[in-house]
Ligand binder design. Structure first.
Ligand SMILES: NC(=O)c1ccc[n+]([C@@H]2O[C@H](COP(=O)([O-])OP(=O)(O)OC[C@H]3O[C@@H](n4cnc5c(N)ncnc54)[C@H](OP(=O)(O)O)[C@@H]3O)[C@@H](O)[C@H]2O)c1
Length: 234
């Protein structure tokens, strides 16, 4: 797909990976709508990006947004959905664990209600995470939610053809998801990536490049690209 002149909706498009994808899409001439619960957090955005407020867990609001912008060609969701429960499984707060699945339900809502409003050659990209296939200690919720997202993509892709559905799986990426600043932030990323083949955090732009590849290449569907600094082989 040549994205120039196409309409794209990017959920979670106001921060981190989603914002980087929205900027790359707009730079290539796509009319881009970047969506989140609090879109003001995006700050100044380049021409070609419109900010919209919507919670991916609010199905009515989501359906309304899709009706308003139909027909569109590109859907991306990088919306985390809510909180994440991290820590040893036997100490896990089970309500927190269940709440981590908000990411899956947000993605499922986007695909379920967005697909019918897309052009015939429409394309969808979701974002999972490296723990889906290699969990480190304390990452049970990240792993199981990410695994469910990747299974959702493989199961749904054949059903929505000729529209395409893919997923990008990032490793540790430097985004506003981590609140720490300064030395504390540096130390966090150094510790999290020390054992990786490429021992540094990735950038949101590096992940967005893979999202753009999934959008532009008409021969990929139902699959995953890893942008993880070698996490899976470390
Ligand atoms: N950064 C990493 O190291 C990393 C690693 C592996 C996987 N990932 C995955 O990559 C994706 C993007 O992460 P990121 O690092 O870019 O995070 P981020 O900078 O925190 O951005 C998350 C975005 O999602 C939006 N969002 C969250 N819940 C939402 C909801 N219910 N409805 C609509 N929008 C919602 C947020 O905006 P509002 O708060 O305004 O709604 C924000 O725009 C996530 O799925 C994350 O799990 C990230």
């Amino acid at each position: 797909m040549n994205v120039s002149g196409k309409t794209a909706i990017v959920f979670g498009g106001t921060s981190g990976i989603g914002l980087a994808a929205a900027k790359q899409l707009a730079a290539q001439g796509a009319k881009t709508i970047a969506v989140s619960r609090d879109p003001d957090k995006a700050g100044e955005v380049p021409a070609g990006i419109t900010l919209k407020k919507c919670d991916v867990l609010d199905r009515e609001a989501l359906m309304q947004l899709f009706r308003e912008h139909a027909p569109f060609d590109i859907l991306v969701s990088a919306a985390t959905g809510g909180g994440r429960s991290i820590g040893p499984f036997l100490e896990m707060d089970m309500d927190g664990f269940q709440a981590s699945y908000a990411k899956l339900w947000g993605y499922a809502n986007v695909v379920r209600y967005g697909t019918e409003h897309m052009s015939e050659d429409g394309t969808i990209v979701l974002v999972s995470g490296a723990p889906a296939r290699k969990a480190k200690s304390g990452q049970v919720s990240l792993s199981t939610v990410g695994g469910a997202v990747e299974a959702l993509v493989r199961a749904v892709a054949p059903e929505i053809a000729p529209r395409r559905l893919n997923v990008v799986s990032p490793g540790i990426i430097d985004t506003p998801m981590v609140a720490a600043q300064g030395e504390e932030r540096k130390a966090h990323y150094a510790k999290m990536t020390a054992d990786n083949v490429i021992p540094r955090p990735g950038t949101a732009d590096e992940v967005a490049q893979a999202i753009l590849f999934m959008i532009e290449n008409d021969f990929v569907t139902g699959t995953t690209i890893d942008v993880d600094g070698g996490w899976l082989v470390s």
